[in-house]
Ligand binder design. Structure first.
Ligand code: CP
Ligand code: NVA
Length: 309
């Protein structure tokens, strides 16, 4: 019998709703144990390789700390310190690294590069952010929403701003976990609705006015106006996005118990007003913390398979 194919987490919809239910249950279990200072080390003698081609604070710390807490070690590889910077083909790098470690996390530019790596890897590959997707962040964000408000099924998320990697992963999550996304982006920066798979298009509604997108929302969320890799567009984006700042007036249009979410890093006075991100509806620090716990559940699942409590 052929061995089961290696599982990867390259896009949010690589996993089923049932697998996410498992991951969220494991996240909770792992987090509770961690808070009680109970040692849990299923990844002893296991190694995570982390490849960063873009800057990171949360992703770097959460994967490295998480891997250590699970009993393993993490090796950090910056592009400039490796032979990647001298033109070694990504396929060869994948073949080599994956013979030495048990799991790989990559943050890079194009999703295509990640796919090429995964296609030549013997071990699971995790997307730590690409231009197109940020599934680990949405894993933590959905867990955070559930932690605060219960099941996300049937809820409405308002996305205010750039149709970027975060939005793509939110939209995939909406299709897998069955909730709705209201999207409002400036002209020229909108989601390409024609390219959306039907399951996503059915759950995604576009609004010209960001205030209209907030109506009835359980979660209001946004992200930087200029993502990493798009810095050359900074000035044009500053002008285009000026009316897409989540402020208190927008939050008042959402449901009274709406949460404010942001993957961070944030720019107060640009995509979000300080009164919102530092206000009572904001759960941004929980989102950041939950990167640690959710990714530990992800690492456990990809390396050890389904662990029942
Ligand atoms: N949210 C997030 O991925 O943060 P970093 O860029 O700091 O990793
Ligand atoms: N959309 C942002 C997210 C940063 C965590 C970026 O890609 O830069």
């Amino acid at each position: 019998m052929a061995p089961a194919p290696t599982r990867h987490f390259l896009e949010f919809d690589d996993f089923s709703a049932e697998e996410f239910a498992h991951l969220f249950a494991r996240t909770r279990w792992i987090k509770e144990r961690f808070k009680r200072y109970e040692v849990y080390q299923p990844l002893r003698d296991r190694t995570l390789a982390m490849v960063f081609e873009k800057a990171s604070t949360r992703t770097r710390v959460s994967f490295e700390a998480g891997m250590n807490q699970l009993g393993g070690i993490a090796i950090n590889l910056n592009r400039n310190d490796t032979q990647l910077s001298r033109g070694e083909p990504i396929e060869d790098v994948a073949r080599v690294i994956s013979r030495m470690v048990d799991v790989v996390m990559i943050r890079t530019f194009g999703q295509e590069l990640l796919q090429r790596f995964a296609a030549h890897s013997r071990v699971p590959v995790i997307n730590g952010l690409t231009n197109e997707h940020h599934p680990c962040q949405i894993l933590a964000d959905v867990y955070t929403a559930i932690e605060h408000r219960g099941p996300i099924r049937g809820r409405t998320v308002a996305w205010i701003g750039d149709a970027n990697n975060m939005l793509t992963s939110w939209l995939q999550a909406a299709a897998v976990l069955d909730f709705r996304v209201h999207v409002s982006s400036p002209v020229g920066y909108e989601v390409n609705r024609a390219a959306l798979p039907r399951a996503i298009a059915e759950r995604c509604e576009s609004f010209a006015d960001p205030k209209d997108a907030c109506r009835g929302a359980d979660i209001v969320t946004t992200d930087v106006w200029t993502s990493m890799g798009f810095e050359a567009e900074n000035d044009a984006r500053r002008q285009a996005f000026a009316d897409w700042q989540v402020d208190a007036a927008m939050m008042r249009i959402a449901r009274p118990d709406a949460l404010f979410m942001h993957c961070l890093p944030a720019h107060r006075g640009e995509e979000v007003a300080a009164e919102v991100i530092d206000g009572p509806q904001s759960v941004v620090w929980d989102e950041a913390e939950n990167r640690l716990h959710a990714q530990k559940a992800l690492l456990e699942y990809l390396v050890c398979g389904r662990v029942e409590p």
